[in-house]
Design a protein around this ligand. Structure first.
Ligand code: NAD
Ligand code: DAU
Length: 350
């Protein structure tokens, strides 16, 4: 079996990528490397943890010695690198975690792949999963294309931009077989409840205020997480080496529009009077340096690789809300820290 390393597979997007690869590709053995930071949760992938082509490895990409040993003990045919500090607000209060994980951690993986694969890059692939935030902020017009100049505005996006540059530099300088994708905002099951949608769903359920930064006029381009996982699969298997692909959902919404849609749906699902959840909307102090608009032109991946998102936003939002409402214990466990106990129980003595 071919060994494939996926980093960050206990997080939101990574768990959907790991599940997809474990289920669809029995000829790969998937190694899921994750440090289980506050954002990593083994409950996200509990359904596949006993599959014979799956191994969980607890480890930190900041630890170069550990990463080098992992690569010297395993002949990985590829790496799909998702592990990162991912929350913009946390990057504003604590940038250093973003510098060490997103930049140094990525370089540790690049160095280990280069050393382990030296002399034989045939059939190998280092796939770096990145964000549209590296391009900065758009005005009311235009879209991000793959050649848009980088202009990151937050410590998070600057750390991701830096990692993208390093991945390209290793491709150019050492001929490491790299590919990169830059994706728009994901939503769906298993997203940590610090991000806008799950935070709002949880607050609506508990009749707590929904904090909207500024006037809620900022625009994001929303993509259902399983569609991102399918794009990652397509790119990993079919992209030419050295390529970059933008991935987006063609679903631009102002935050306030999105939250109003959510409130209406939550009223319906919770059997509340129409308009009740919207009363919870509360405008709060804006995020520092808040990017106004992200919008992806995803025509290159459509044209070159035939990928398109499968879900439109209203359907994806329904699926998302249904998942959170039927998994209230998932949020409760996170909020109470119980998923740490879950880890201890599942992996004690392994
Ligand atoms: P997440 O925060 O939900 O998950 C990140 C995972 O990485 C967690 O499981 C965490 O434990 C792990 N991790 C963090 N630091 C680590 C370290 N030092 N060593 C090993 N593991 C570590 O993030 P997400 O939203 O799933 O994002 C995954 C990737 O996709 C990130 O690289 C992010 O930049 C990118 N991305 C996210 C979005 C989005 O909308 N969420 C959009 C585009 C790109
Ligand atoms: O564009 C891709 C990026 O999308 C990813 O690279 C990031 O990892 C991911 O976190 C996401 O970044 P955003 O900053 O866009 O996501 P967040 O959910 O934090 O915020 C979405 C929008 O909602 C943003 O304009 C800020 C606003 N917001 C967010 C929160 C948490 C609020 O108005 N209130 C909130 O409480």
């Amino acid at each position: 079996m071919k060994k494939l390393l996926i980093t960050g597979g206990a997080g939101f997007i990574g768990s959907h990528v790991v599940r997809r690869f474990v289920k669809q590709y029995p000829h790969y053995h998937i190694y899921n490397l994750d440090a289980l930071t506050y954002a990593g949760n083994l409950e996200n992938i509990a359904d596949i943890e006993h599959e014979s082509n799956y191994t969980f490895v607890k480890g930190d990409i900041r630890d170069a010695e550990f990463i080098n040993n992992l690569f010297s003990q395993n002949d990985f045919v590829g790496v799909i690198h998702l592990a990162a500090e991912s929350h913009v607000d946390r990057s504003i209060t604590n940038p250093m975690d973003f510098i060490t994980t997103n930049i140094i951690g990525t370089v540790n993986l690049l160095n280990a792949a280069r050393e382990s694969w030296k002399g034989s890059f045939d059939g190998r692939r280092f796939y770096h999963v990145s964000t549209d935030e590296v391009y900065g902020s758009l005005g009311s017009e235009g879209f991000f294309v793959e050649t848009t100049a980088y202009d990151p505005q937050s410590p998070y996006s600057a750390s991701k931009a830096s990692s993208d540059h390093l991945v390209r530099a290793y491709g150019n300088t050492y001929k490491l077989p790299v590919v990169i994708s830059n994706c728009s905002n994901n939503y769906g099951p298993n997203q940590f409840p610090e991000k806008l949608l799950p935070l709002a769903i949880n607050n609506i359920v508990n009749k707590r205020p929904i904090p909207i930064y500024g006037k809620g006029e900022n625009i994001r381009d929303w993509l259902y997480v399983e569609d991102h996982a399918s794009a990652i699969d397509t790119i990993f298997h079919n992209a030419s080496l050295g390529e970059t692909y933008n991935i987006g959902g063609h679903n631009e919404l102002q935050n306030i529009e999105l939250i109003r849609m959510l409130c209406n749906l939550m009223d319906e699902k919770l059997g509340r009077a129409n308009g009740e959840s919207a009363k919870l909307i509360t405008f709060v102090t804006d995020r520092a340096g808040h990017d106004l608009r992200y919008a992806i032109d995803a025509s290159k991946i459509a044209k070159d690789l035939g990928w398109k998102p499968s879900l439109q936003f209203p359907e994806g939002l329904r699926k998302t809300v249904d998942w959170y409402l039927s998994h209230s214990e998932w949020i409760q466990n996170i909020l109470s820290g119980d998923y740490e106990k879950y880890y201890q129980k599942q992996y004690q003595g392994r």
